[in-house]
Write a protein that binds this ligand. Sequence first.
Ligand code: 13P
Ligand code: SF4
Length: 312
Amino acid sequence: MKNHLSEPLIEKIRVLKKSKNAVILAHYYQIPEIQDIADFVGDSLGLAQNALQTTADIIVFAGVHFMAETAKILNPTKKVLIPDLNAGCSLADSCPPDKFRLFKSNYPDHIVISYINCSAEIKTMSDVICTSGNAIKIVESFDKDQKIIFAPDKNLGGYINGLTGRNMVLWDGSCEVHDVIKTEEIIRLKEKYPDAKLIAHPECKAIILELADYIGSTTALLNYTRKSDFSRFIVATETGILHAMKKTSPDKEFFIVPTDKSCSCNDCPYMKMNTLEKLHACLYNEGPELKLSKSVIQKAKKPILRMLKLSV
Ligand code: 13P
Ligand code: SF4
């Protein structure tokens, strides 16, 4: 969805990318222009897998801070750039490391499975990481009687508990975008489009997930709409995914569940901090650069690699 005003900027980004042997990895919640210029667009799992494989010298991460951290942990010798260092994540922020350390000390016989939406420091305290794309597989890789702490998303954790029959101890965290998606809005859309399928990201509240026809990561939701014989979808996640859905299935209709009455959108304020201008500036200046201490990289790498090994 290019507009003619951004054309020169897009060309400049292409030239810089080539001359610096850089790769742009973007999440599905990025603005359409960034998704279109990226070398790879994906969910958190796909992005981590791609970051592990890249041969580029510079990784420009068009996503949020924890995603860029994961890329840095997997590529300590590469330069990892992020268009806006302030692009955080409310879910990652809902789990401060000192409070989590204390929480964990109350459960000495539990292992820790952390959702990738957490800080690098939380990852250093985890046995294995998971994403919304592989959470069930990761949890089920442990014996039924293994005691588990799941952090930081209580909605995803509760959903997995229900599906797997586990009783994982849940950290009380949530995403400020998904956690506020309202049932009333879904009911309103369902009444308007009775033939539409409701698809939801597992970061949504349990009541939304109970109503959903399909639940999955951003990539899984996209694949579901592509393969489905249905032609209308009510989408309970962040607006950015609609770009890929419309591109993949131009004849189908998608209705985002709005959280803001003034627009038919549901934007993550952190994902939307990245702009084409900031992307260009960060490639040009080779900064802001994401930096992590050697010891954090060393400790956080283990649970991420364990996840990637379990995900093949
Ligand atoms: P996915 O891994 O499903 O893309 O989710 C990332 C995310 O931040 C959802 O809010
Ligand atoms: Fe974090 Fe929620 Fe934004 Fe995803 S949508 S990056 S979980 S704040």
